[in-house]
Design a binder for this molecule. Structure first.
Ligand SMILES: Nc1nc2c(ncn2[C@@H]2O[C@H](COP(=O)(O)OP(=O)(O)O)[C@@H](O)[C@H]2O)c(=O)[nH]1
Ligand SMILES: [Mg+2]
Length: 452
């Protein structure tokens, strides 16, 4: 295994920069850089780093940490150097290590990859490292941490082990039909397979909570031109992300901003106003607006309330359980007009909880709207019990495993039945990268004491 090294902190000027080395020569390279013996394991020591090729040329006065294998992040010998975070210092160290010739720059993700190969992490935990680094909100970070703690790996690993045990029984029945095994093996494993199908189904049927939290909840702002959609986006984003004007048809493309709503990540999209138009570009913008509203987790349907309840006609089809009706420009709505709105909404059966009065201009109603949206977002991604599914990769493998188990329940021949269970175990093993069917079968078969 080659020794690798890489800066672990983001490039640029900072108080401290961290560089990591991992592999068999990490310790020797540290010795060459300091001209001293290795420090005590896992103790931070002050180290004078110098260029091994020219020991008079000092690089930095740094903090050095020595993690001998296997008690390190990668499971290999690891050295961590905490430098002063300037470009020149880091560049000089990288150049000196490069010139030493015993280590090469790490590929992206290579430290974590080695941790996986050395059984320090399973694949779900390795993915959690990436998610934790990418997390932009607290809820995302908490979810990634749970996964890093092995919550998902344990769940999938446990299912795989239970299935492997069943598989062992099925195969024993096939391989040694003359042996005196308890009769009716396929029938005896059926209840446990049914339990597993139900558990996997419940885990899959989570309204994509975990995936939504990882990727961000999508909210689309739609409505007729000039209703104040772009103004609302800017107010929620607290910056001028979208152009606001009195000219209808100003917004043509989808404009996205990312928000942190109460710890939940949200991708808010402003869209072109919905209307008939002869302008080809605006028409494409409207097509995109509708497509975005279709796939959004939540739509904010904005209307100019001052125009009266007839405005509803243009958006009636967009009102659904996943929509919040925002009646904007309330500053220009008389009491009589408001009463008219209330009558129409009641007649249409729009629940009051799905309606938000707003004036972006005065700011009235913005806070209640924000809490209503945050509440909806929390309901979409928060709550839930246990470890949520976080990736399409996991979902696909679990759906494959569940389908295989359902085939097992319907399979006519014992040989085919065992093969379906085997496929299900493999699919679960692909998620964690850990379950090796053959190894587990060996262990379990030993308990059987057959054909000694
Ligand atoms: N009086 C009033 N005018 C508003 C309000 N919100 C937006 N506007 C104005 O309505 C016009 C259209 O706004 P804009 O955000 O571009 O609407 P969009 O076409 O739906 O994106 C602009 O002139 C805004 O200043 C509001 O709450 N009250
Ligand atoms: Mg606009």
């Amino acid at each position: 295994m080659e020794t690798i090294y890489a800066p672990a902190t983001a490039p640029g000027r900072a108080a401290v920069a961290v560089l990591r080395l991992s592999g068999p020569d990490a310790g020797a390279i540290l010795t060459a850089l300091t001209g001293r013996p290795l420090p005590r394991p896992r103790r931070a020591v002050l180290a004078r780093l110098r260029d091994p090729a020219d020991p008079a040329d000092r690089i930095d006065r740094a903090l050095a940490l020595w993690f001998p294998a296997p008690a390190s992040f990668t499971g290999e010998d690891v050295v961590e150097l905490h430098l002063h975070g300037g470009r020149a210092v880091l560049d000089a160290l990288v150049a000196a290590i490069g010139a030493d010739g015993r280590a090469r720059l790490a590929e992206p993700g290579e430290f974590t990859r080695r941790a996986f190969l050395n059984h320090k992490l399973d694949l779900t935990e390795a993915e959690a490292v990436a998610d934790l680094v990418d997390a932009e909100t607290r809820a995302q970070a908490r979810q990634a941490l749970r996964q890093l703690d092995g919550a998902l790996g344990r769940l999938y690993g446990d299912w795989a082990r239970r299935l492997t045990r069943l598989l062992a029984h099925l195969e024993a029945d096939l391989d040694f039909p003359d042996e005196d095994l308890p009769g009716g093996v396929a029938a005896s494993v059926a209840p446990e397979v049914d339990r597993l199908i139900a558990e996997i189904a419940a885990h899959l049927d989570d309204a994509r909570r975990g995936e939504r939290l990882r990727e961000g909840v999508e909210i689309a702002i739609i409505g007729p031109p000039n209703a104040g959609k772009s103004s609302l986006l800017n107010a929620l984003a607290r910056r001028d992300a979208a152009i606001v004007s009195a000219i209808p048809g100003t917004t043509r493309d989808v404009i996205e901003v990312q928000l942190d709503l109460g710890g939940y990540p949200v991708v808010l999209a402003d869209t072109a106003g919905l209307r008939e138009t002869a302008d080809a570009i605006e028409d494409e913008g409207i097509r995109r607006a509708l497509a975005r509203a279709e796939r959004a987790d939540l739509s904010l349907v904005v209307l100019d309330a001052a125009g009266g309840p007839d405005a509803l006609d243009a958006v009636r089809r967009r009102l659904s359980a996943e929509a919040l009706l925002v009646l904007n420009k309330a500053d220009r709505v008389t009491e009589a007009l408001r009463a008219a709105w209330d009558r129409v909404l009641a007649a249409e059966g729009v629940p009051p909880a799905a309606v938000a009065w707003l004036s972006v201009t005065t700011g009235d109603g913005l806070k209640p709207l924000l809490s209503a949206v945050t509440g909806r977002v929390a309901a979409l991604v928060g709550g839930g019990t246990g470890a949520p599914l976080t990736r399409a990769r996991h979902r696909e493998a679990l759906e494959y495993a569940k389908a295989a188990l359902e085939r097992f329940r319907a399979a006519p021949l014992p040989e085919l039945a065992a093969e379906d269970v085997r496929l299900a175990v493999r699919a679960l093993g692909r998620i964690t990268g850990r379950v090796d069917v053959e190894d587990l079968l060996d262990v379990i078969f030993r308990d059987f004491c057959i054909g000694k």
